[in-house]
Each structure stands twice: as structure tokens, then as C-alpha cells.
Design a protein around this ligand. Structure first.
Ligand code: GDP
Ligand code: IMO
Ligand code: MG
Length: 427
């Protein structure tokens, strides 16, 4: 049976949490396949607001089995406090499954994330400081500590010892920081092991069996296409593969199981941290988008950089991910504008580019070429059908659809679960 991927089409924070939650009633499993607690997914259900970082959004749907896949990096302390926070609000994480092959974020990863950013100075990436990059670095360097190591205290002790023998040299001799005591880390992580043990599973096998039994599996991405380690605006990216190609590797299911690739696309653009952003508005218009759209980070509280919709990026996301459907979010935020500019191409040193330029240097110099579309003044937060939208809002959606090259199947008109116009079923 089918599996669907839900992927951010821009630089993250497109509204993936809301979209996943909306589908919660139609799916059996929701799997996070990459990233870690650098993600911040906000879900609004009635008068309750939830901010999820590591837990799959499916945790909020009582019938769904939430899964943390092998491609995720897990900070166990953060995971447990997230579980406890939800338990205090009456939401159980008993069904949660955690891949035995997922990697753990260790104290030295967090220390190194912070100190390397400081050393980069002006060239810093603006990471979330959660240890994501160093944890994936150790995974690729084959020095990582995995969830399954929590089940064998002897192996855990050895792996911590090996990792810290090297990392303490780096922390003390390169960065002039204090080293980390292996025994203290071992005791801390053995404490986490006790609580996490019942959740640890061969999640690839579980998902494969579920698909054979005709269950529906939804793979929930963190971050977004332009933050992908391979396809994003490197080096100003995260250290994993949020794009649909990464979903199979990070969940342990084969590509021929995927039937739908749902791109989440904001009606304008935002970005957190450093890096190129051609349509960024640094004037009062950018401030207006930030205030009206509530564009403040869920994870770090930083102001999100804001700008107009960039159709070059949307086309790129369609191509890289093979998007079959778009969920366009935050259309309501644009209500009240006279005219809405959309970037249709870039100009780099006098030359028009209809695609993202090949080199980082050219992308840094890309200037947006805008076309303007008429806005609408009506409040659309109560719209239930496409026909409820004012004609200019309908035309704006149609324009984005045409420029992006994939159908817009759902439209967000507010943060609430029910504030969605469904044009055609997503799953
Ligand atoms: P994610 O990281 O992709 O899950 O997105 P975030 O949760 O970080 O940011 C999206 C924000 O927009 C959240 O505060 C959502 O509650 C909110 N949101 C999602 N969809 C809509 C929408 O259609 N309209 C409005 N006004 N807010 C939305
Ligand atoms: P969600 O899932 C927006 C950005 C950081 C930084 C870069 C690298 O909520 O969309 P990292 O800590 O991952 O090494 O930081 O990536 N970043 C995000 N931006 N939304 C996110 O997640 C992000 N996760 C990481 O700001 O620029
Ligand atoms: Mg977010």
C-alpha cells in the first residue's frame, strides 16, 4: 500500500506540522526521516497550540503510530522532556517507535556546534545550536553513537570513550574549552536508556510489514528543500537530506512504495539563519510580513527573514522532489495588499536566469525579476472552498500553481486544523 512524503519546498517553516496534522485522520503511521530537534513544527488544534521538535506530528492523532526513523539524530534528553511535556497535557507517547539505527546527539556535538559557529564569526551558518551538524558529521565519519548502543552498556561505554578521546582533544586544544567527562556522559545516557528501551524497534521492518498490510505511511520531513545538504544553498544548509530522495533512506522503505510527494509551500518566503535569499525584504514590507505572518522561530525564537514568493525556487522544489501535490500555506497572511510581487526569474550580472544559477557566487548575486499581481482586501480565514476565495486570491493561487509546475491541492487560510481549503484529496 502507499506511502506519501511531505516535504518543505522552501527554507523550512512552510507549515509542515499543520499539513501533517491535517492528514493524521487518514494515515496509520507518521515517520520523521531526517533532522532532529532543529525542527519546530507548530500545530493548532482548537484553542490548543503544540510545538513539536523531535516527535512526529502524528503523536497528536490518537490512532496514528508515530515513528522516529533511522535518518533522524536524537537528543534523548530533549525527546524525553518533549514526551513529558505532552503527557502533562494528556497526550500519550506510548505508541512511539524509535529506530535502533538512529544516531544520538551527544554532549560534545552540542558543544562543538556552538564553538564552531563562534569561530566562523561573520561566516557563521546561523545554526540552531542543537548539535545537528556535528552529530551527522560523526555518523558519516563512522564514529557515531546509535540508539541501539543504549541497549548494551559495555558497547555504549566504549563508544563514548572512543568519541571523547578525539573530541576532547579538539575541544581543549583547538577551541580552548573544557573537556567532557566520559563517565558522566555514560551515566546520563544510561538513565535515558531505561526510559527509551520500550520504544526501540527495527522500524524499517515495522514499516515494511505495515505497508504489506495495506496501512498508510506518511513520511514527515523537517527543514526544507533549500536546506538540503546536497540540493540546498550549501554551505548555508542543514546536515541532512530533507528532500524526497532522502525520505526512503531515512525511513528504511524502498522508493517504489512512494505514491505521493506533497510539497509544503508558503504563499511568500521565509528563511532563518544565514545564506542567500534573493526575494528578501529588509524594509518595512518585510517587517509587515513578519508581524502579520507571526514569523518568529519556534525553536530558537529568532526573527525569520521574510520576502516575496519565489517561483524559481518553487519550480526547483517541484523538480528535485517530484512533487505531485502542493499544500499552499498562509495565503490569509497576504490579505489586504494592493499588489503582490512574485519573483519569476533572476538577473545575474545582466543575464536572465530562469533556473537557480549553478554556482554559489551567482546565486549570491541573483536579483529577483518581479511580476505583480492584484491583491484582495477580504478576510479569507473562514473560506471553506476554493469558490469562497475572492477572485484575485483564486488568480494568485492559479498563478503560483502554473509557475510551480504542480497542482495546488490544499490551501491554508489560517493556523487552525480546520482552516484549510481542500481542492482535491491529498492522500
Ligand atoms: P513547519 O516547521 O513547516 O512545521 O512550520 P512552523 O510551524 O515552524 O511555522 C509555520 C507557522 O505558520 C506556524 O505557526 C503555524 O501554526 C502557522 N500556519 C500554518 N499554516 C498556516 C496558514 O495557512 N495560515 C496561517 N495564518 N498560519 C499558518
Ligand atoms: P523546520 O522543520 C527553518 C536552519 C538554521 C540554519 C541551518 C542549519 O521547523 O522547518 P542546523 O541547526 O540544522 O545545523 O542549522 O538550517 N534550520 C531551519 N530553518 N526551519 C527549520 O526546521 C530549520 N532547521 C534548521 O536556521 O540556518
Ligand atoms: Mg518550523
Amino acid at each position: 500500500m502507499p506511502a506519501a512524503v511531505l516535504v518543505g519546498a522552501q527554507w523550512g517553516d512552510e507549515g509542515k506540522g499543520k499539513a501533517t496534522d491535517l492528514l493524521g485522520g487518514d494515515v496509520d503511521y507518521v515517520v520523521r526521516y531526517q533532522g532532529g530537534n532543529n525542527a519546530g513544527h507548530t500545530v493548532v488544534i482548537g484553542d490548543q497550540k503544540y510545538a513539536l521538535h523531535l516527535l512526529p506530528t502524528g503523536i497528536l492523532s490518537p490512532e496514528v503510530v508515530p515513528v522516529i526513523g533511522n535518518g533522524v539524530v536524537i537528543d534523548p534528553g530533549v525527546l524525553l522532556s518533549e514526551i513529558d511535556g505532552l503527557a502533562a497535557r494528556g497526550i500519550s507517547a506510548e505508541r512511539l517507535l524509535i529506530s535502533a539505527n538512529a544516531h544520538l546527539i551527544m554532549p560534545h556535538h552540542k558543544a562543538l556546534d556552538k564553538v564552531t559557529e563562534r569561530y566562523l564569526g561573520k561566516a557563521k551558518i546561523g545554526t540552531t545550536g542543537r548539535g545537528i551538524g556535528p552529530a551527522y558529521g560523526d555518523k558519516i565519519a563512522r564514529m557515531g553513537v546509535r540508539v541501539q548502543d543504549l541497549l548494551d552498556p559495555g558497547i555504549l561505554a566504549k563508544k563514548i570513550e572512543v568519541a571523547l578521546t578525539e573530541k576532547n582533544q579538539v575541544l581543549t586544544k583547538v577551541y580552548n574549552r573544557r573537556g567532557i567527562e566520559p563517565q558522566a556522559v555514560l551515566e546520563e545516557y544510561l538513565g535515558y536508556a531505561e526510559r527509551l528501551k520500550p520504544h526501540i524497534a527495527d522500524t524499517s521492518l515495522v514499516l515494511s510489514k505495515a505497508l504489506d498490510e495495506d496501512k498508510f505511511v506518511l513520511l514527515e520531513g523537517g527543514q526544507g528543500t533549500l536546506l538540503d545538504i546536497d540540493h540546498g544553498t550549501y554551505p548555508f544548509v542543514t546536515s541532512s537530506s530533507p528532500t524526497s530522495g532522502g525520505a526512503c533512506a531515512g525511513a528504511g522503505i524502498p522508493p517504489n512504495r512512494l505514491t505521493k510527494i506533497i510539497g509544503i509551500l508558503k504563499a511568500y518566503t521565509t528563511r532563518v539563519g544565514s545564506g542567500p535569499f534573493p526575494t528578501e525584504l529588509t524594509d518595512e514590507m518585510g517587517e509587515w510580513l513578519r508581524t502579520t505572518g507571526g514569523e518568529y522561530g519556534v525553536t530558537t525564537g529568532r526573527n525569520r527573514r521574510c520576502g516575496w514568493f519565489d517561483a524559481v525556487i518553487a519550480r526547483y522544489a517541484t523538480r528535485i522532489n517530484g512533487v505531485t501535490d502542493y499544500f499552499l500555506t498562509k495565503l490569509d497572511v497576504l490579505s489586504g495588499l494592493e499588489r503582490i510581487p512574485v519573483c519569476v526569474a533572476y538577473e545575474v550580472d545582466g543575464v536572465r536566469h530562469d533556473e537557480i544559477p549553478m554556482t554559489q557566487t551567482d546565486f549570491h548575486h541573483a536579483k529577483p525579476i518581479y511580476e505583480e499581481f492584484p491583491g484582495w482586501q477580504e478576510d479569507i480565514t473562514g473560506a471553506k472552498t476554493f469558490a469562497d476565495l475572492p477572485p484575485n486570491a483564486q488568480a494568485y493561487v492559479r498563478t503560483l500553481e502554473e509557475m510551480s509546475g504542480a497542482p495546488i491541492s490544499a490551501i491554508g487560510v489560517g493556523p487552525g486544523r480546520d482552516q484549510t481549503v481542500v481542492v482535491r484529496p491529498l492522500v
